[in-house]
Design a protein around this ligand. Structure first.
Ligand SMILES: *[C@@H]1O[C@H](CO)[C@@H](O)[C@H](O)[C@H]1NC(C)=O
Ligand SMILES: *[C@@H]1O[C@H](CO)[C@@H](O)[C@H](O)[C@H]1NC(C)=O
Length: 445
């Protein structure tokens, strides 16, 4: 009996210790002759000049590799959207084994195309595609909001382990404020943020949306982020373009929250106050996650136009005014480690020109934070004016032409167009990504 007890105690201690995730020392280890290392598959290391034991978060086939040969650095990623089962799992009622096989297939494709990162949506609507004590399991994983998968598994732990075996980074993608997606009708679980902070959960545009002005909502989101960074070996944390919701033509119903702010002596006008609420969340997330793990990367992929008319000739939705998202300031002040503006437009039409916008974004990076362009692979397959694959090829070229000014890669939306090889996109990617590339270094981390 006592032997079993000791074994169990040891098991839980090891499990607990294994939960604390550290950064890799390889990124800072300075080899006298070959400089700073990079965690890479041992067999891929030129000259076989590698040291073991410096890539602590990685499996044993990934080692700290040094090379005097210059290696191409480029971030090459896909977004794996889980909301509405856009990319994965294709069926929320499929067995865990089938869902796992589907993820492996995606990762094998990413590896085969010499790409090196995935942005995996783990919190589409105050829910979890991982084992959380803070939030309910996602409807999109099991078909039942709040129900754990059976047999039990943890998709975030699974994808992180499997991706790292293939030398692919995983960035966990969280939606801070969306509490329930348009079209969903399930009752929120009792531990859902929309129930805990029900006073701040508003029906809006057929969603349920949390009030970004609520300090409790902000702190809760920071707690969820910290929990992920502490327990999972993810390489980054990612937020997309949703802050205050896209307008449905009615006013977002936060009068009471704004009145409470004014009653406490707040003097900002409503628009500036809303932006400051979002800014506070971004700043706090950035600070707190780096306290937990200094090397974690924080990236945001905002709507690709900051303000209509900026730069001259650009017109479209102003995310600054409509979503209260001051993305330009975050990049300028270094509140992100990378910015991935969703540049979901073609090169040639001037109103939202891809190269004009990308050039503008990189000019905002006063602190040299990376800019990875978000590319609309879905526009080859959806809508009335479907793109040719050459548009994507040209966009990679444009991005590369600005690589010496921090335009250091591309992220494609979304996975399913790549997996379905829409218009032969895989051939184009294989052509542009003939050699493997390493993840661009972030020396400030
Ligand atoms: C966030 O976590 C802290 C520390 O565990 C806790 O004291 C606080 O109540 C949490 N905040 C919210 C809003 O859940
Ligand atoms: C991309 O750039 C290369 C090298 O400059 C050029 O040969 C190629 O035609 C370009 N491809 C496209 C699609 O613009």
């Amino acid at each position: 009996m006592s032997a079993t007890w000791v074994t169990l105690t040891l098991y839980f201690m090891i499990t607990y210790l294994a939960c604390e995730v550290r950064g890799d020392t390889c990124d800072t280890y300075n080899h006298p002759q070959y400089g700073i290392g990079q965690c890479t598959e041992q067999s891929q290391c030129p000259n076989e000049l590698y040291l073991t034991g410096l890539c602590e978060s990685q499996p044993t086939n990934i080692q700290c590799c040094f090379s005097s040969e210059t290696r191409h650095e480029e971030f090459r990623a896909i977004w794996i959207a889980t909301v509405n089962n856009i990319d994965w799992p294709s069926s929320k009622t499929a067995t865990p084994a089938a869902q796992q096989a589907e993820l492996i297939n995606i990762l094998n494709t990413v590896q085969r195309l010499n790409m090196n990162a995935v942005i995996f949506q783990v919190r589409p609507a105050g829910d979890a595609l991982y084992a959380s004590t803070l939030e309910p399991w996602s409807f999109y994983l099991t078909g039942t909001h709040g129900a754990a998968p059976t047999p039990f598994w943890d998709p975030l732990a699974f994808i992180t382990t499997e991706a790292h075996k293939r030398n692919i980074e995983v960035h966990a993608w969280l939606n801070p404020y969306r509490a329930r997606m348009t079209g969903a009708t399930y009752e929120l679980a009792s531990n859902h943020m929309g129930k805990i902070f029900s006073k701040y959960a508003y029906p809006y545009a057929n969603h349920i949306w949390m009030d970004p002005g609520s300090v409790e909502v902000q702190q809760f989101t920071v707690n969820v982020t910290e929990d992920i960074v502490r327990r999972y070996a993810v390489d980054g944390i990612h937020i997309d373009d949703y802050f205050y919701p896209y307008s449905d033509g009615t006013e977002f119903p936060d009068d009471a929250t704004y009145a409470a702010y004014q009653a406490q002596g707040g003097t900002l006008d409503k628009a500036d106050w809303r932006r400051s609420n979002v800014n506070t969340l971004i700043q706090t997330m950035y600070t707190r996650m780096h306290v937990v793990r200094p090397k974690i990367k924080f990236g945001i992929s905002p709507f690709g136009i900051w303000k209509s008319g900026v730069p001259a000739g650009i017109s479209g939705l102003s995310s600054y005014d409509s979503l209260y998202c001051d993305s330009r300031m975050w990049l300028e002040q270094g509140l992100v480690d990378y910015m991935a503006p969703q540049l979901y437009w073609q090169i040639d039409p001037p109103a939202q020109s891809y190269p004009v916008l990308l050039d503008w974004w990189i000019k905002q990076s006063a602190k040299g934070r990376h800019v990875y362009a978000g590319n609309a692979a879905y526009k080859m397959a959806q809508g009335s004016n479907q793109w040719q694959v050459s548009e994507i090829a040209r966009q990679i070229n444009v991005t590369r032409s600005m690589r010496d000014r921090f335009a250091l890669g591309n992220i494609y939306f979304s996975t399913k167009e790549i997996m379905n090889n829409v218009k032969g996109i895989q051939t184009v990617l294989a052509d542009y990504y003939k050699q493997k590339a390493t993840i661009p270094k972030m020396p400030w981390l």
